[in-house]
Write a protein that binds this ligand. Sequence first.
Ligand code: SF4
Ligand code: SF3
Length: 545
Amino acid sequence: MFCFQCQEAAGGKGCSRVGVCGKKPETAGLQDTLIYTLKGISYLIEKGKAAGVEIRYADDFVMDSLFMTITNANFDDSRFVERIKEALKIRNDIKEMLISKDVSFDETLDVLVWTGNTVEEIKAKGKNEKVGVLATENEDIRSLRELITYGVKGLAAYAHHAYNLGEKSKEIFDFMHKALAALLDDTLSIDDLVALTLETGKYGVDTMALLDKANTSKYGNPEITEVNIGVNDRPAILISGHDLHDLEELLIQTENTGVDVYTHCEMLPAHYYPAFKKYPHFIGNYGNAWWKQNEEFESFNGPILMTTNCIVPPKGEVVNRIFTTGAAGYPGCKHIEAVDGKKDFSEIIELAKTLPAPTEIETGKIVGGFAHAQVFALADKVVDAVKSGAIKKFFVMAGCDGRMKSRDYYREFAEKLPKDTVILTAGCAKYRYNKLNLGDIGGIPRILDAGQCNDSYSLAVIALKLKEVFELEDVNELPIAYNIAWYEQKAVIVLLALLYLGVKNIHLGPTLPAFLSPNVAKVLVDTFGIGGIGTVEDDIEMFLS
Ligand code: SF4
Ligand code: SF3
C-alpha cells in the first residue's frame, strides 16, 4: 500500500505498511482500485458528453464511492469489493452503450478492460502498482493529480450530504467526471493541472453553497445556541459524522421511545439549527473530536451511529454498539442502508433501551451557531467593534482536529491570542479550544463557531460581506488571518475553495500535506502565500505585525 492523503501520513511521507488511521493494506488496495475504476467510468462519460451522449445514471454512484474512500470513512473490505463489482458493471454497460452509438474511445486502456470476476482478482488488482498513487512517476504530476483527487473526494462528500436533502447540481457532477477523467490524461501539463486544481476550488465553493442551501432551507439558519455538554439519566444514542438528514430521521424515530439523542464531534452544530430544537430528547453534545472516540464511546454506554467519517477502529465490546450508515463502514459493525429512501433505525433504538444511560464526563455548555445569517444579524455590532478598535483582528481557525500531540499548538494559540481578537471557526478543529473561557468583546463571543467543516463556506461569505461593508477592493485587506488545521480531504476542498476565492497567506498545520511535492508546494507558496506554522509566540507576532 501507499497512502498519503491525510495529515497523519506516516513519517510525514506516506503510510506503506499499515495506515496510522488503522487502514490495512488490503483496504488501501481496494480503495485505490475503486478510485481507479471510477476514473474509467468518468473517462467514458466524458467521451459520451463530447459526442453529445449524456450519461447521468452513474453520477451518484461516483459521488458516493469517492466519499467512501475519505480518511476514516470506511474500513470494510466487503463493501469495497461490492462497490468495485458494481463499478465494473456500470463501466461495462456504458462502454457497450457508447460502442452501440459509435462513440469512439481508447478501448485498450487498462481502466476500461481490466476484469474482476472473482474477489481474489479484485483484491489482486489493488496490489498492482499501476493502480495506486505511485503509478504516476513524475512527482509533481503525481502531487497535483492527488491534490485534485483529494479535493474531489471532499467535494463529493459535501455533494452527497446536499443530495440526501434533495439538492443536486448537474454542473457539479459534470466537474467531478471531468476532473477524474483528466487524471488519466498523460498529455496534461503541470500548468493544466494547476488550472484544474483551481477549478476544483471553484466547484468546492459551489458545492458548499449548495449544501448550505440544502441545510438552511430544510432546517433553518443556525442561530446562537448554548449546547449542553452534560447528560440526562435516560438511555441514549450518540450520533456522529456530518449527515443532518440521518440525524433528522433518528430524532423522528426516537420520539416518545424513552431514548435520548446526543451528538458527537462534527454533529455538534446540528444543535444550532432551529428545526432540531423542537425535539425535547435531543439533549446535547457528548465528548470531543473524533480521535477521542474510543474512550468516549466506552463511557457513553449506549449505541453509536456513525453517519460519515471519522471512525477510529473500535476496541473491545464497543464494536457491537457501533452502527454505520451512508458512506461509513467498519467490519463487524452493523450497516444500515436506506430502503426506498428511508432508514430504519429501530434496531439501534431497541439496543439503546437495554443499555445504561451515559456516564457524565463533563458539565456545562458550549456556545455556537455563528453561520452567515447569524453573523449578518450581528453585523452592526461587529462592524462597530472593528471601527472602534475593540476588535483588532479575526482569526479563521477552521478545519480538523487530530490525535497528534503537535495540535496542542491550536489550544495554546487560541489561549494566547490578545483579548481584542476573535476566532472564527468551523469543523472539528474547534475542540482544541471551544471549552476555554475566552470571554467576549462587547457581547460578541471571542469564539464564533459557524458549524461543521463545510460551514467554512459561511466564514468565506462573512469575509466577503465585511469586504463589502468596509468598501475594500480585496478580501485580503480585511483584518482577518487564516491559521487553519487540516486532517482529511474535506479540509483539502475547503482550502482549494478559499484559494479560488482569492484568500492569500493561509497558514496550514500542524504539518503541510505529504502529497505536496517541493515544486507544487513552491507554486502554492509563491502564488498564494501558503505557509506552515511555527511556535505559538512567533506566529501570533507574525499574524499581528
Ligand atoms: Fe495513512 Fe492517512 Fe492514508 Fe490512513 S488516510 S493510510 S493515516 S495517509
Ligand atoms: Fe473532523 Fe474527521 Fe475533518 Fe469535518 S470529523 S472536520 S477530521
